[in-house]
Design a protein around this ligand. Structure first.
Ligand code: SF4
Length: 468
């Protein structure tokens, strides 16, 4: 597969290095409405309450970090004061109370993820407090998954012990690249020893799932340096890996501008770095999952891939044991009863709205039947590597999708000619080479993107990162 990707000509790569969504949701976040708030979020929770037996997933956003990594695309608050987190947790506790009032008490939760930011910015006491009020409000299924993102540079052995004691089963950590030149450029210095020690501690404490995030396309990155990082990481044997392409979006993340003084890999260099990850991880026994994830055969993600239940949400690829996901914390995104709900994206507004006794949702979207159809199509492409119209008709209840998607099918022909997909009258299969161009093919089914292309933005700023 790596060889196939490398045979794509430089001219084609340059032409395809356009701005495009990553499709962690459809419709994508820029198409959600700002005319959305407490009443809309509450209505979605009340709809979800009609089926109290259905399990839930929870996401909690903990935005604090002690340092800003220059490539960061997350919603963070840089803060050196740990007591700041106490006030934030007061607000999260209020949000949990308001949400459960509408959702129903003690709903069963089969998957809970704490992301950030750096969740281990919180002290042991704060971590225990958060887990305490969540497990009072929800029934955390002991056979479910509880996961957390940690920064190896700031996570202590005491925090790891407390997390294991609380029942955390999966730990996810960013590495990006061990190459010192890259780490210096992106201002995230993190030694191999820190990373290895953290993984060892987690495993000793009983954590069964270890995820490592790598990033390609960073400034000063070389195939030699990234290749060495891949070899070191393979030796660590995480269950899951992600190799994300760096998203350079300085109009949204101004700190990224500082990276422009370094040598940035071109589209073709980025492709080579990704091909290197495919080759080395494949040789080490990792299966490719979707666009940019990898997992050992024993990981539940592989079972989800094979059974067709793999899902993609704003955290990337995920197994999907619950249809509704409730998000807590500033900027958190929920997906409840057919509605995307996003909270206020700054802590000040988030805390102020909750202090008034209102849910802090500020953006969102009630998906229409057409949105649901296109979402199912894009999810099938991103997760199953195919669009099968018979399968889609059976799953969505629509009929005559060949006519409905006639324009899209025509627009896919150039991708089929390039060898990125095999295109039959009612079925598209992504080829190995085409895996790198999944976002491009998904864009064909994005009705909002089509409408937007017809009307370019007045501010001239791109809305998405480059696809390559
Ligand atoms: S630790 Fe993570 S969330 Fe915090 S600034 Fe760095 S990349 Fe962003």
């Amino acid at each position: 597969m790596a060889d196939g990707i490398l045979t794509v000509g430089e001219d084609v790569l340059a032409r395809l290095a356009v701005a495009g969504p990553r499709y962690t949701s459809y419709p994508t976040a820029p198409d959600w409405s700002d005319d959305f708030g407490h009443d809309d979020a509450r209505a979605a929770y009340e709809r979800a309450a009609h089926d109290p037996e259905l399990p839930l997933s929870l996401y909690v956003h903990l935005p604090f970090c002690t340092r800003l990594c220059l490539y960061c695309g997350c919603t963070v608050e840089i803060n050196g004061r740990q007591d700041r987190a106490d006030r934030y947790l007061d607000a999260v506790e209020r949000e949990v109370a308001l949400a459960t009032e509408a959702l129903g008490e003690r709903r069963r939760v089969v998957q809970m993820h704490w992301g950030g930011g750096t969740p281990t910015f919180l002290s042991v006491k704060q971590l225990r407090r958060l887990h305490g009020f969540l497990s009072d409000a929800f029934e955390l299924d002991p056979t479910g998954e509880q996961s957390i993102e940690v920064d190896p540079h700031v996570t202590s052995a005491e925090q790891v012990a407390a997390l294991c004691d609380l029942g955390i089963t999966r730990v996810s950590m960013g590495v990006q690249d061990f190459d010192p030149a890259v780490q210096k450029a992106v201002r995230r210095e993190q030694t191999e020893d820190e990373t290895f020690a953290l993984v060892e501690n987690c495993r000793k404490g009983g954590v069964t799932g270890i995820n490592v995030d790598l990033m390609y396309g960073l400034p000063e990155q070389t195939e030699a340096g990234f290749g060495r990082t891949l070899e070191r990481i393979v030796a660590l044997r995480p269950d899951r890996l992600a190799a994300f392409g760096y998203a350079h979006v300085p109009w949204m993340k101004p700190a990224q501008k500082a990276l422009e003084k370094y040598r940035m890999p071109s589209a073709s260099e980025r492709t080579r770095l990704f091909a290197l990850a495919l080759a080395k991880l494949g040789a080490a026994g990792y299966a490719v999952v979707g666009l940019d994830h990898f997992a050992l055969e024993t990981d539940p993600m592989i079972a989800a891939l094979r059974s067709g239940t793999l899902h993609r949400n704003f955290m990337g690829y995920a197994t999907r044991p619950a249809p509704d996901m409730v998000g807590f914390g500033m900027s958190a995104i929920g997906d409840v009863a057919g509605t995307f709900i996003q909270n206020a994206r700054d802590t000040k507004t988030y805390e102020a709205v909750l202090a008034e006794g209102r849910l802090p949702a500020t953006r969102g979207l009630d998906r229409s039947p057409e949105d649901e159809l296109r979402r199912a199509t894009i999810l099938s492409l991103m997760c199953r590597m195919r669009v099968d119209l018979d399968e889609l008709e059976a799953e969505t209840g629509h009929s005559d999708l060949a006519t409905h998607f006639a324009t899209e099918w025509k627009d896919l022909e150039p991708y089929a000619e390039q060898g990125f997909c095999e295109l039959g009258p009612r079925r598209l299969d992504v080829t190995h080479t085409g895996r790198l161009f999944l976002r491009h093919m998904a864009m064909v089914f994005d009705a909002y993107l089509r409408a937007r292309r017809a009307q370019p933005p007045t501010d001239g700023a791109p809305r998405f990162s480059k696809t390559l």
